[in-house]
Design a protein around this ligand. Structure first.
Ligand code: MTE
Ligand code: MO
Length: 201
């Protein structure tokens, strides 16, 4: 970050520079979701890429666990205004997923879909190029059910509602279709640095 090279700044300025507008720093890890934590049986777990309703590629849990995993450590920002620094995740990047499927993304948009029927839209360009992963580890351990285990999307440069928990798949769409929160007044893109919380921000 640009501010790292400055000297003589008050302690706390570095933290302030890492906080997007309107956010505060928290040390704990709040749990936010629309309903109860779904019970997911690893034997029945599938992760599927679809184009509209057409399945393109599906992985079982052992197949998914055999994919290459990458680490990512950094900051996350929830639209309810908490941010958490230096969160450590590990998972399969969307680039590695597409490579394993032998696919190029068929459209420019998609909906991430959770096992709780939660959906959220993300442009494909925000998931590729190492910008996002299907995370299966947090702090070196399997992600707990409350935080979206066994597998959740992690798109850390957008508000955390874009990081769908209990991820069931990614559905490529022709147009940018709103998901659960986007159809209820939340921003279609959700950039914390531009404070895109609600429609029209
Ligand atoms: N499947 C699913 N994913 C979800 C949600 C949800 O209700 N269902 N809530 C979203 C919201 S609003 C936030 S802020 C984050 C919270 O993630 P956490 O509980 O791990 O902090 O998950 C997001 N992903
Ligand atoms: Mo949220």
């Amino acid at each position: 970050m640009a501010t790292r090279g400055f000297t003589g700044r008050r302690p706390g300025d570095e933290a302030a520079a890492r906080l997007p507008p309107g956010q505060y720093l928290t040390q704990d890890f709040p749990v936010l979701q629309i309903g109860a934590t779904p019970r997911i049986d690893p034997d029945g777990w599938r992760f599927t890429l679809r184009e509209g309703s057409r399945p393109l590629k599906s992985w079982t849990w052992p197949e998914f666990e055999a994919l290459p995993r990458s680490p990512w450590t950094g900051d996350i920002h929830c639209v309810t205004k908490w941010s958490k620094f230096d969160t450590a995740w590990e998972g399969v990047t969307i680039d590695d997923l597409l490579a394993d499927a032998g696919l190029a993304a068929p459209t420019r948009f998609l909906l991430a879909e959770g096992y709780d029927d939660y959906t959220t839209n993300v442009p494909v360009a925000d998931l590729t190029g190492g910008k996002a992963m299907v995370a299966t580890r947090y702090d070196g351990r399997p992600i707990t059910p409350d935080h979206g285990g066994p597998a959740r999307l992690l798109v850390p440069h957008l508000y955390f509602w874009k990081s769908a928990k209990w991820l069931k798949g990614l559905r490529f769409t022709r147009a940018d279709e709103g998901g659960f929160w986007e159809l209820r007044g939340y921003h279609m893109y959700g950039d914390p640095w531009r404070e895109q919380r609600f429609t029209g921000d």
